[in-house]
Ligand binder design. Structure first.
Ligand code: KIV
Ligand code: ZN
Length: 391
């Protein structure tokens, strides 16, 4: 991939994300999330696995005509799956069929019970069948990172010969290490057939060792054009690459990656909240980019630093992701934070209130409702008059 080129953001919140244990969405939820993803500016929406259930199929039918993003349906390398996936996406402005087959010996032997020869023959036949229906075909070699490198190339060569336009390299079980994954991606991106046919390389990483974002970014540095990811990083087991993380890494470190995306980053936090609500999957407070603490500062040194200049402790602005930077009053907070808090409430930061507040803060065993405590002190000092609720 050339410098400054746009990275293709392929969102699979509605497919791999919904495969998270405990994260199921109703048909209406999926439609709302699909619309949100489109407004967020993702390039491809994988809205489900059409053959697997009627609900997914109906969602595809409802959203297919209204999306600006490409609409993608997942299929095993099985004729029926491909037929149903095509039927689900065919009315979209820009439809894509995503066919996958495992290529690692462990999956071939212990999951599918087929030989490498049989795998190649299925890829050849089913990718060609998909191509007879749709121009835009993605082929994924499931468990690519644990596949014999020469066989992986053979599988991808076969997929290209049958018409694949995107080759996806999944680290299905989150096993790969960044440098190692980068080498796999590079070896595929450098294949003669890939370059001659201008096939896009994609990466799809899982987070079992917490490396999904690092591996995806390494994939970009090694020649991938597309990242597959989900909002809040939801997905099978420990999840998938988090969309908000890769997008903000590419943006914040544009000097390093020299790439861009089409994401409206101000929508990242609202989208995170929406997916959390619809899937009932809580976002951990310290989650990168979208967690409640991602722009919160509690220790006195950090609070003073942020009040002086937000870049002292914030590498991206809270507003750029649709969040607000906050100073949280807690046992490590200092004078500046108390003054700032009082100011934010329109309360004069008198010497007496600030002194009493600091004493209360330092004396507290735990961070319980510090802001409430400070408000009560201001009220006692006659500098704050809470609105009375009239019953
Ligand atoms: O993790 C995986 O290998 C997948 C494929 C279907 C792309 O989700
Ligand atoms: Zn996956």
């Amino acid at each position: 991939m050339e410098n400054n080129e746009r990275v293709i953001i392929f969102d699979t919140t509605l497919r791999d994300g919904e495969q998270s244990p405990g994260a199921s969405m109703t048909k209406e939820d999926k439609i709302t999330v699909a619309r949100g993803l489109d407004a967020l500016g993702v390039d491809v929406i994988e809205a489900g696995f059409p053959v697997s259930n009627q609900k997914d199929f109906e969602v595809f039918k409802i959203i297919s005509k209204e999306l600006n993003a490409q609409l993608c349906g997942l299929a095993r390398c099985v004729e029926k799956d491909i037929e149903v996936a095509w039927s689900a996406v065919k009315e979209a402005k820009n439809p894509r069929i995503h066919a996958f087959l495992a290529t690692s010996d462990i999956h071939l032997k212990h999951k599918l019970g087929i030989s490498r020869e049989e795998a190649l023959s299925r890829i050849k036949k089913q990718v060609a069948y998909a191509k007879s229906l749709c121009q835009n075909i993605e082929f994924s070699a499931e468990d690519a990172s644990r596949t014999d490198p020469e066989f992986l190339k053979l599988a991808f060569r076969t997929a290209i010969e049958s018409g694949a336009t995107t080759l996806n390299i999944p680290d299905t079980v989150g096993y790969s290490q960044p440098k190692e994954f980068g080498r796999i991606v590079e070896s595929i991106a450098q294949m003669k057939e890939v370059r001659e046919n201008k096939v896009n390389i994609s990466v799809h990483c899982h987070d079992d060792l917490g490396l999904a974002t690092a591996n995806s970014l390494e994939g970009i540095l090694s020649g991938a054009a597309q990242i597959e990811c989900t909002i809040n990083g939801i997905g099978e087991r420990a999840g998938n690459t988090a969309l908000e993380e890769v997008v903000m890494a590419l943006m914040t470190r544009k000097d390093f990656y020299k790439k861009s995306t089409g994401i409206v980053t101000e929508q990242l936090v609202p989208m995170s909240r929406l997916v959390s609500e619809k899937t009932s999957m809580i976002v951990q407070k310290n989650k990168s980019v979208v967690g409640a603490n991602a722009f919160a500062h509690e220790s006195g040194v950090h609070q003073h630093g942020v009040i002086m200049h937000n870049q002292n402790y914030e590498i991206m602005s809270a507003a750029s992701v649709g969040a607000k930077s906050k100073i949280v009053l807690g046992k490590l907070s200092g004078k500046h934070a108390v003054e700032e808090f009082l100011k934010s409430k329109g309360i004069p930061a008198t010497e007496e209130v600030v002194k009493n507040a600091l004493e209360a803060i330092k004396g507290a065993e735990k961070n319980v409702e510090m802001e409430e405590v400070v408000l009560r002190l201001a009220e006692k000092a006659g500098t704050y008059f809470p609105k009375k609720v009239l019953i």
